[in-house]
Design a protein around this ligand. Structure first.
Ligand SMILES: Nc1nc2c(ncn2[C@@H]2O[C@H](COP(=O)(O)OP(=O)(O)OP(=O)(O)O)[C@@H](O)[C@H]2O)c(=O)[nH]1
Ligand SMILES: [Mg+2]
Length: 459
């Protein structure tokens, strides 16, 4: 439950740094600040200005730090409440001490995401903006940053808001039909209503389908390097990363544990995973490694299938071809610096459909093309609408839109079937409610708990 008490927390990460910021929010925020901090020059504190002063323990008068302070009275503040901040020196002991004296004056330690939650509850931000703040902090690449910023600025809220307004307009026409059905005024025909519902459904479906693209922008794509032992998988990983991340030896079965790291090709981060070579496991550790390979291969968005071009195809290679069936990615005929024993046609004859590149992980040949292929494959995963930064990226959004779609289907069906307007109106209301859940106009404590749990303390 939301209690209007005063909360306190460090908003900068724990550890040593030049500055640590401690934030207070709530009815007593400013009074608590004035109790534990006195300005170097006495006088009133103007809003949103920094003042230099001293932090002291009010119980003993002992000095704690020399710090800057700022007050931001509500409702025009981050949380909508009175907010006060101390910009102290960034020492962990010091920070604990300052938070401790604030607590002794009646402030309560903030929970994860509690500042943002208050901002939401006080109408300062909607739920998509709150989520965007979390995404902004987590962003690992350009696309994630662009998406988070767009959503922070209300792009997703507006997109959903427009859809909802169109729904409400349809609902208004249905209401008119209910209220004035006996009177002789021009109302949209039932076919009209059905057509408008169908159009709206299409736009809601497009947003629902943007989930894959949104996830890609937020989390990047996963590419698993697979192949039989000793074909050069770890060498490929190291070359793509530009560092010797994985151990490379001439001994088949070198890699047992999955190793992953992120590269940037095109706008999306690409998490590359090196895996244990696929073969009939010789020992327990390797067997487990291979099981994991199969699991990671199954979960990856893209596969990089490596074959040794200097040797004949073996049953393990055919197993790899099998794993590639119907999957996106790229195949490598590696070790092209050695005399070729097989060519692209041999792989095609076994049913491999992915693009095939001839590479040498020893010399780096073909790797520029590989990066281009990977960028193109990641782009293709984004589907239609690439470049549009409005895309849903959370299951919460997807589920709400799915509920809206189901209700629109029902409404369309009723409208076409000449059902009474009341029946159509019920489903339209359900759809509008589902859309309102995206931005949090309609929400529950459980949903809020789930959203704000993602946040760190002090956010
Ligand atoms: N000549 C040549 N040797 C290569 C090439 N790529 C990798 N190798 C060598 O092949 C051996 C195996 O390379 P790795 O990268 O460890 O192969 P892997 O597929 O990860 O092997 P496992 O982890 O055992 O499954 C090493 O001796 C590499 O130096 C290549 O393009 N040309
Ligand atoms: Mg390896």
């Amino acid at each position: 439950m939301y209690v209007r008490d005063t909360i306190v927390a460090p908003v900068t990460p724990p550890g040593r740094g030049a500055v640590a910021i401690i934030r207070l929010s709530g009815p007593d925020a400013i009074q608590i600040l004035r109790t534990i901090w006195q300005p170097a020059r006495p006088g009133t504190l103007r809003a949103r200005r920094l003042y230099l002063g001293d932090v002291r323990d009010p119980a003993t008068g002992a000095p704690i730090d020399r710090a800057l302070a700022v007050v931001m009275p509500g409702p025009r503040s981050l949380t909508g409440e009175d907010v006060a901040e101390l910009h102290c020196h960034g020492g962990p002991f010091l920070v604990r001490r300052v938070v401790g004296v604030a607590a002794a004056c009646g402030a309560r330690m903030a929970e994860r995401g509690e500042f943002s939650r208050r901002a939401f509850l006080n109408g300062r931000i909607d739920l998509t903006a709150a989520e965007a703040i979390a995404d902004l902090i987590e962003a690992r690449g350009e696309s994630a940053l662009a998406q988070a910023l767009a959503h922070l600025n209300g792009a997703l809220k507006d997109r959903v808001g427009t859809l909802r307004e169109r729904l409400i307009a349809i609902a208004a026409h249905l209401e008119a039909e209910i209220d004035f059905s006996d009177e002789d005024i021009a109302l949209p025909t039932r076919a009209d209503i059905a057509r408008r519902i169908a159009e709206l459904r299409q736009d809601v479906a497009a947003l629902h389908q943007s989930f894959a693209r949104g996830r890609l922008m937020r989390n990047g794509a996963r590419a698993a390097i697979i192949g039989k032992p000793n074909v050069g998988k770890s060498s490929v990983l190291n070359l793509l990363l530009g560092v010797e991340r994985a151990i490379v030896t001439p001994i088949p079965g070198t890699t047992r544990d999955m190793i992953e790291d992120t590269i940037h090709v095109g706008p999306y981060p690409l998490v590359i995973q090196d895996t244990a070579g696929v073969r009939a496991g010789t020992d327990e550790v390797e067997r487990i490694g291979i099981e994991r390979t199969l699991m990671h291969a199954g979960e990856a968005d893209l596969l990089i299938a490596v074959f040794d071009g200097s040797g004949a195809l073996e049953p393990e290679d055919l197993r790899v071809v099998e794993l590639c069936r119907g999957r996106a990615g790229v195949a490598l005929l590696n070790k092209r610096d050695l005399p070729a024993a097989i060519g692209v046609t041999d792989l095609r004859a076994r049913g491999l459909t992915m693009p095939v590149l001839r590479t040498s992980a020893l010399r780096g040949d073909g790797f520029d093309t590989l990066r281009e292929e990977l960028a193109a494959a990641a782009q293709a995963l984004a589907g239609d609408g690439r470049g549009d930064t409005v895309a849903i990226s959370r299951e919460r959004h997807r589920d709400a839109l799915a509920r809206a779609l189901a209700a629109l289907d029902a409404a369309h069906h009723s409208a076409q079937g000449a059902m009474p307007p009341e029946i159509v109106a019920v489903d339209i209301a359900i759809a509008a409610d589902a859309l309102a859940q995206v931005s949090g106009q309609v929400t529950s404590e459980d949903v809020l708990d789930a959203v704000f749990r993602e946040f760190c303390i002090g956010k």
